[in-house]
Design a protein around this ligand. Structure first.
Ligand SMILES: CC(C)NC(=O)[C@H](Cc1c[nH]c2ccccc12)NC(=O)[C@H](CCCC/N=C(/NCCC(=O)O)S[C@H]1O[C@H](COP(=O)(O)OP(=O)(O)OC[C@H]2O[C@@H](n3cnc4c(N)ncnc43)[C@H](O)[C@@H]2O)[C@@H](O)[C@H]1O)NC(=O)OCc1ccccc1
Length: 228
């Protein structure tokens, strides 16, 4: 069995990583157009850096949950049965990796990485990032930004995602509202390619009716049940 899994903020909710659109969600408290666009960063880098520094601090305190652990076990189990798991996440946290997942495709980037806008170098970055920091590769100061895909920017590795989808038998979406594209369009692409589709979420997402199967509840319960 070759499985393509797409995860969203809901899988990390029980680890204390806020979701975006639920009541009290990140985009309810902060304006994404003022914080998660290249234009916002150009206009006010200090405010954008402070926003991501706060989320980076929160992530340093977070721990993976049973849903992350179940997917790490699924990866090992499928490999042992000459199957495969392509784990594609919209999340910028590293909880999949900390739960033991070996291959994680971060289509929207990673919070613990910074990128130099002068030379393109990507650096591991766990602490606060500021306009005074310099790039260890080219020595330029003040050109480091969070290695994250902002609105209006092209997600990472769309080709690899397309290839993995074409080579899979089952598409599973976990903890995502299906409201941000192109990620939200993957379930329809999967159906067009003849994959079976399954949604695991706290409640029906914007695309719930597109899925063949659905199971609702907290990820820490429905994902281990699904993997078992
Ligand atoms: C708002 C939306 C309408 N806008 C877009 O989609 C835009 C524009 C757009 C493009 N195409 C369109 C078509 C139509 C309309 C608009 C567009 N898209 C873009 O700008 C993208 C870039 C989008 C990426 C932006 N960056 C993020 N994140 C990183 C930043 C950061 O984190 O700060 S998006 C961010 O929100 C997205 C959605 O969030 P979810 O993960 O789904 O979380 P949400 O809170 O919404 O839902 C949580 C779910 O979990 C459930 N849940 C809660 N608790 C639990 C629980 N305990 N257990 C289980 N489930 C749970 C809830 O019920 C809920 O359903 C995620 O992708 C997340 O990464 N770029 C692009 O289009 O470039 C061009 C292009 C495209 C293709 C090919 C070439 C060029």
């Amino acid at each position: 069995m070759r499985i393509f899994v797409l995860t969203g903020a809901g899988i990390s909710a029980e680890s204390g990583m806020g979701t975006f659109r639920d009541s009290g969600g990140i985009w309810e408290r902060f304006d994404p157009m003022k914080l998660a666009t290249p234009e916002a960063f150009a206009a006010d880098p200090e405010t954008v850096q402070a926003f991501y520094n706060a989320r980076r601090a929160n992530l340093r305190r977070a721990e993976p949950n049973r849903a992350h652990e179940a997917l790490a076990h699924l990866e090992t189990g499928l490999a042992a049965a000459s199957g495969s798991l392509f784990l594609c996440t919209q999340n910028i946290d590293d909880l999949h990796e900390r739960a033991g997942s070996l291959h994680v495709h971060h289509m929207h980037g990673e919070l613990f990485k910074a990128r130099c806008t002068a030379c393109g170098a990507v650096h591991d970055w766990r602490d606060d990032l500021g306009t005074g920091d310099n790039c260890a590769a080219c020595g330029t100061t003040g050109r480091l930004r969070p290695h994250i895909v902002w609105f209006g920017e092209i997600p990472f590795g769309l080709d690899a995602i397309g290839e993995a989808l074409a080579g899979a038998d089952l598409f599973v979406a976990i903890g995502t509202s299906g409201s941000v594209y192109p990620a939200a369009g993957l379930v329809r692409e999967a159906r067009m390619m003849g994959l079976r589709t399954c949604e695991l979420n706290l409640e029906p997402s914007d695309n719930a009716d597109v899925f063949d199967e659905r199971a609702y509840g907290p990820a820490s319960e429905v994902v281990p049940d699904f993997v078992a």
